[in-house]
Design a protein around this ligand. Structure first.
Ligand SMILES: NC(=O)c1ccc[n+]([C@@H]2O[C@H](COP(=O)([O-])OP(=O)(O)OC[C@H]3O[C@@H](n4cnc5c(N)ncnc54)[C@H](OP(=O)(O)O)[C@@H]3O)[C@@H](O)[C@H]2O)c1
Length: 229
């Protein structure tokens, strides 16, 4: 299987390093200098590529449109572009490629998401609890709150619309990511926390998604396939 890596920063380099463990040869590597406006995604540079993994932090929609034109499936890990999600989804439907998207490819975070949803459902009748959601990431992360925290909070609000959720984020140091939710009453505190130790869990999840999406058509979210990979 042949892989293209779009975005050769911290995540892209880790994907490159781990790719052989998942049976991939890396045929193309694109970065800011050779892919401004998605100009590096060409029939020539993508000849023989089965799937592309994007951790570019830029021009995601253009990248998806170019990949669609070339019929190349994709795994998108870049965050901070959710306002263009609907456009991306219709581009995928129109071109018929297979694409997996997630703001978080860690299996552990996807377990955490389900636990947060279940905790919110169980707490719904108990109005004495106040709820919060919090995250911290390294200082270079651009989007805040993280895409993962937004997803958790949306899920909490969907499960229990009456409860207010106090949301906050920190950006400092080199932290690869902590997400936490909690419920607090006069009597006690419930806390659920996911702590990433490194970026490795994200890279491994993305590579598993890449292997899975080959030969598939349509729009998929990692949380819906994470437990069948
Ligand atoms: N979904 C997940 O599980 C997950 C996990 C971790 C991170 N992320 C997200 O993934 C993204 C990348 O994270 P990172 O830590 O690897 O960031 P990073 O180290 O800053 O790397 C980003 C890379 O993208 C390159 N780039 C910029 N414009 C590009 C373009 N048009 N085409 C191709 N590459 C381009 C940059 O190249 P230049 O330096 O040449 O500009 C840089 O090498 C961020 O959005 C982050 O939030 C997602």
């Amino acid at each position: 299987m042949n892989l293209a890596i779009i975005g050769y920063g911290k995540m892209g380099r880790l994907i490159d390093q781990l790719a052989p463990e998942y049976g991939f040869d890396v045929l193309a590597k694109l970065e800011g200098s050779n892919n401004g406006g998605a100009r590096g995604i060409t029939a020539e540079s993508f000849r023989g590529v089965d799937v592309a993994v994007d951790f570019s932090a830029a021009s995601v929609l253009q990248n998806i449109e170019r990949l669609g034109e070339l019929g190349v499936n994709a795994v998108i890990g870049t965050t901070g572009w959710t306002q263009q999600l609907e456009q991306a989804r219709s581009s995928v439907q129109r071109t018929g490629i297979g694409l997996v998207w997630s703001a978080n490819y860690s299996i552990g975070v996807n377990i955490f998401l389900q636990l947060a949803s279940e905790a919110s459902r169980l707490a719904a009748r108990h109005t004495e609890y106040g709820a919060w959601a919090w995250e911290i990431h390294h200082a270079a992360k651009k989007d805040a709150p993280s895409g993962t925290l937004l997803k958790v909070v949306n899920e909490m609000r969907r499960t229990d619309p009456a409860r207010e959720v106090s949301v906050s984020s920190n950006r400092a140091g080199a932290n690869p990511g902590i997400h936490e939710i909690g419920f607090d009453s006069a009597a006690d505190t419930i806390t659920i926390r996911h702590t990433a130790r490194s970026r490795e869990g994200f890279a491994r999840g993305a590579l598993r998604a890449a292997r899975w999406v080959i030969g598939k058509h349509g729009w998929f979210e990692f949380q819906d396939i994470a437990f069948e990979l």
